[in-house]
Design a protein around this ligand. Structure first.
Ligand code: ADP
Length: 580
């Protein structure tokens, strides 16, 4: 119920629309009374007196006006409701996306992309059902039940009591169905999410699936998840197939009771024939909205299951100090110190008392086997994660107290796999400097040796690069991501060198671009190329989350330790004469 109330709390921003809708609903409910009253009057007072011909036409006209008013107001109400509901849905989606952007990376580590997408797209739409049907139908239906119910008792309390006898049974059945139905709807939303997550994963990895000829296995896996959704849906439908006709039968007993006790009262002369017909007409106006409320119950259940999933995201804890926190001065020097920093993603420690230091303008290279914790060092400096113990300082400021926005404004991160968004070259570059002019873009592209190929693209800066930049080669993507970092012109550079091999000409261009990028900046480089390592001011060798050796290339080779061993293994093919 809390989620439903929370969904409704979004409505308070639009009091004007809510009130107009309410007025239309009340007007409609009043208009509903006109036809049965006119019918009763015609049967009892006009049909027995044919001379009242003029009056007859007036009552017929009144009945028609009643329907015109009802449907006219209904049209207006639907119109207002659509605007209202779309505004609210927009607000919820916007809140949700804004929240998702503020969630820490740790949150994303444990979520599937397809599941998050299902929540933002499908679940918000399902919540919308609570709004459309909750307000639009629920309000009108509830008003009509109350209004017509009261009128039935006014017409004839005894017959009305018999007529409404099934109502408590209907209410109890609806309550049982709602309570028991919660799990069914939750399962259905989860099954839909699982299917979307699998689909998203498989489509992202379609090249791998084709390369390993795993289509049949993946189809089986897809069908398994699809079957879960089928069964979850069937479970809901099966119960509905029992519940809906059952409720209809209960409602119909009300009519039978009126026919019985109303007919009996009419025979005794306690109720006129007109009043009996009027009563039956009103009874249909009483039970018809109950039927709508019943269908609504199903939608509210489904909407509630969806709302729970949406609110789970909205209630997750946001990143700390995203905007708040100390701001760095406009110009920083770029001295970074890691002091006994430890960190773990889950239970196992990933970094263990790592200490390292880099002076302004220096480059340090992080080397070590895969899984040693090199990327984690960069992630902690960017505060994608918070350290478990130890401190990281930037120009003497503990970064834990800094505003993340201010910290990240001073960092440029070039990841190993150059990620480009599905947009134009220009849009991808502007990500790092929103107000960059075309001239600045071209300067950055020239410096990163990307200008040449961008000029050859069909629409140059306005060429779409495709999802994840699929329309560009690996080397081109790398150079664009270097251009993006150059454009940002941040004093600290975090660079995870790409390992994917490119031809030697491209390799030279990339190396040259990287050298320019590192010029006059404090640089942390996860180095894979010997030339980068040799040029670094200091090399830190990491193994199993610890710094095990540090020094310059020559110093470390002289140690004949892990570094020398790594060099022999990794770089023999590159420049053998330079390995001691
Ligand atoms: P490197 O960059 O040296 O290859 P990483 O810093 O990426 O190493 O990873 C260090 C360890 O942390 C590895 O054992 C890896 O499996 C683990 N790890 C990395 N990222 C995550 C994550 N997001 N969640 C859980 N464990 C992770």
């Amino acid at each position: 119920m809390r989620s439903v109330i929370r969904v409704f709390s979004y409505l308070r921003h639009y009091p004007g629309l809510a009130t107009s809708q309410l007025c239309c609903a009340v007007g409609m409910t009043l208009a509903v009374f006109i036809f049965p009253n006119a019918t009763g009057h015609v049967i009892d007072h006009i049909i027995p007196n044919p001379e009242k011909h003029g009056e007859f036409l007036r009552w017929i006209a009144l009945a028609a006006v009643g329907f015109l008013a009802k449907d006219g107001l209904n049209s207006l109400r639907i119109f207002i409701n659509n605007i209202f509901e779309q505004k609210v849905i927009y607000d919820i989606r916007s809140d949700l996306y804004s929240k998702i952007q503020r969630l820490p990376l740790r949150w994303f580590d444990t979520r599937r992309t397809g599941d998050i997408m299902t929540r933002v797209v499908e679940d918000v739409t399902n919540m919308e059902r609570v709004l459309i049907d909750g307000i639009e139908q629920g309000l009108v239906a509830a008003l009509q039940v109350l209004g017509v119910g009261a009128f039935l008792f006014y017409l004839n309390p005894t017959v009305a009591a018999w007529a409404t006898l099934p109502v408590p049974l209907l209410a109890i059945s609806a309550a049982i169905y709602s309570t028991k139905g919660r799990d069914r709807y939750r399962n259905q939303r989860d099954a839909s999410s699982d299917l979307n997550a699998l689909l998203h994963d498989n489509i992202s990895g379609i090249r791998q699936i084709k390369a390993y000829a795993a289509e049949t296995e993946e189809l089986d896996r897809f069908n398994r998840f699809s079957d879960q959704l089928r069964r979850a849906n069937l479970r809901i439908m099966k119960w509905w197939a029992l519940y809906s006709p059952g409720m209809s039968f209960l409602r119909m007993t009300g009519y039978v009771l009126v026919l019985c006790f109303g007919g009996y009262a009419a025979m005794k002369g306690e109720l006129s024939q007109g009043d009996l017909v009027k009563f039956l007409l009103f009874l249909s106006l009483f039970y018809e909205p109950i039927d709508r409320l019943n269908s609504l119950n199903q939608m509210v259940l489904s909407g509630k299951a969806a709302a729970d999933r949406v609110f789970q995201i909205l209630d997750s804890e946001s990143e700390k100090n995203a905007i708040e926190g100390t701001k760095l001065p406009a110009k920083i020097q770029g001295r970074v110190v890691f002091d006994a920093v430890s960190f773990s993603y889950q239970d196992q420690p990933t970094l263990n008392e790592v200490s390292l230091e880099v002076q302004p303008g220096q480059t340090i290279a992080l080397v070590g086997p895969t899984g040693a914790g090199k990327t984690t060092v960069l992630s902690l400096l960017a505060r994608f994660y918070e350290t478990t113990s130890g401190t990281i300082t930037l120009d003497g400021h503990d970064i834990a107290g800094l505003s993340k926005e201010s910290l990240r404004d001073n960092l440029a991160y070039v990841t190993q796999e150059a990620f480009l968004f599905n947009g134009t070259v220009r849009e991808n570059l502007l990500l790092s400097k929103r107000d960059a002019t075309d001239e600045q873009l071209w300067t950055a592209l020239e410096a990163s040796h990307a200008a040449h190929f961008v000029r050859e693209l069909p629409k140059q800066l306005d060429t779409n690069v495709g999802e994840r930049g699929v329309k560009l080669s690996g080397g081109e993507k790398q150079r664009l991501s270097i251009a993006r970092a150059l454009l940002k012109n941040a004093p600290i550079l975090l660079l995870d060198e790409a390992t994917a091999s490119v031809d030697s000409q491209t390799e030279r261009l990339i190396q040259d671009a990287l050298d320019r990028l590192m010029e006059n900046r404090t640089a942390f480089v996860i180095a894979h190329r010997l030339s980068t390592i040799r040029n670094a001011d200091r090399i830190y060798v990491l193994d199993q989350g610890r710094v095990i050796e540090q020094g310059t290339h020559d110093e470390l080779l002289a140690l004949h330790g892990k570094y020398a061993e790594l060099c022999k293994k990794s770089f023999l093919g590159q420049e053998p004469e330079q390995i001691a």
